[in-house]
Design a protein around this ligand. Structure first.
Ligand SMILES: [Zn+2]
Length: 372
């Protein structure tokens, strides 16, 4: 049985604007600190499939001892997550949405927070525009080492950042991808991730940080959103710290993952809520009770159009989330109403209200930085 870990939390309200860590520098930056959950089984020993990681045998350098950073960049109703690893490598997971976000802001954020104008690995979780449509514009100044994606390029057509219909053909993701070296594009599916190969290890060269593809191309055409169900789901593991990046994973994706991996292995510290915090498609009670996240993050827009994150998720998450200092989050409570909770004291945050959220970990503890 998983031991119960008491979480000591504290708030450091600091004038952090000078660090440039977050985009919303006009607001107060807050930090919550947590202890990472000691795993009952090591990730590499318990996972039945492929460990896609660095060797972990490289001698530590000053650079490698720098903490892991995961930036949940505020992109409105979409996803864009930057993983900066202690060995200097980075992985960008998705880059999309035009609702309450501008591609130039995303470009500037990446320029300000990457050590070089280079993205080592770009993961495109699935062919929904809010996960890739800013790529041609926002990533234009950057070189990209490798792309990991699902599906056929034609599934990604004509929805990139454009200002007119005539631009679609030349600026769409499919066209952008056609100019990328095909030998550096890896299309994954569920079959691939069950076998450990040398090629898999080349996908992510992230040193002490293990990044696992937990799911990809789960096929369930009968559900509400089959494209979302196909999402690439990643586990980012750094010693005792674990974070699940879910894309728009849906109930069938969650069920498939639960059926495949030991429950202890799926117990994480941080969960990016699937499908922006939808209650209709994602984060089932069984999923919440399996992954047991101390901290949850919704990447969503401040709009009632989509109603994310959903109020109904609260009761699924609160048995697991840590108690923290009061912060504001707007849950969507039905189609025609919404309200702000100004004193929410559970560790669920939304980019809609908190701006870009940064999680930093040294493998034993982790911090959540957000603006209030
Ligand atoms: Zn989405």
């Amino acid at each position: 049985m998983q031991p119960i870990h008491h979480r000591a939390t504290r708030l450091l309200t600091a004038a952090f604007a000078s660090t440039g860590l977050l985009t919303a520098c006009t607001r107060e930056i807050r930090i919550e600190q947590f202890d990472a959950t000691p795993a009952t089984e090591s990730k590499s020993a318990a996972r039945p499939g492929t460990a896609i990681d660095g060797s972990g045998t490289i001698a530590l350098t000053a650079l490698q001892q720098a903490p892991l950073e995961i930036h949940f960049i505020k992109v409105g109703q979409g996803d864009c997550t930057l993983v900066k690893c202690p060995n200097g490598k980075n992985v960008l997971v998705d880059c999309g949405s035009l609702k309450e976000a501008h591609p130039l802001s995303t470009r500037n954020y990446l320029r300000d927070h990457l050590d070089q104008m280079h993205i080592d690995t770009l993961v495109v979780t699935h062919p929904d525009a809010d996960h890739y449509n800013m790529i041609p514009y926002s990533l234009a100044p950057f070189t990209i080492g490798r792309i990991v994606m699902i599906g056929d390029p034609s599934e990604y057509d004509a929805t990139a950042y454009v200002t007119s219909a005539s631009q679609k053909s030349s600026h769409g993701f499919e066209n952008w991808l056609s100019h990328f070296d095909p030998s550096k594009v890896t299309v994954v599916d569920q079959d691939d991730i069950d076998e450990s190969t040398a090629a898999d290890h080349a996908l992510f060269d992230t040193g002490e940080v293990d990044i696992y593809i937990v799911a990809a191309e789960i096929d369930d055409p009968g559900n509400l959103s089959p494209v979302n169900t196909r999402s690439i789901v990643l586990m980012v593991s750094f010693d005792e710290f674990d974070c699940l990046l879910t894309g728009d994973a849906t109930f069938p994706t969650e069920d498939a993952i639960i059926a495949k991996y030991p429950a202890d292995w799926l117990d994480v510290d941080v969960l990016k809520l699937g499908h922006h915090g939808s209650r209709v498609t994602s984060t089932s009670p069984v999923w919440a009770n399996t992954v047991k996240p101390e901290v949850c993050i919704a990447s969503a827009a401040y709009t009632k159009m989509h109603g994310h994150p959903s109020h109904d998720l609260r009761e699924r998450l609160e048995p697991h989330t840590d108690t923290v200092n009061a912060h504001k989050i707007r849950w969507w409570n039905g189609k025609d109403s919404s309200y702000n909770l100004s004193d929410y004291k559970e560790a669920t945050y939304s980019t809609a209200r908190s701006g870009t959220i940064v999680v930093k970990s040294d493998g034993q503890t982790f911090s959540v930085l957000y603006s209030e």
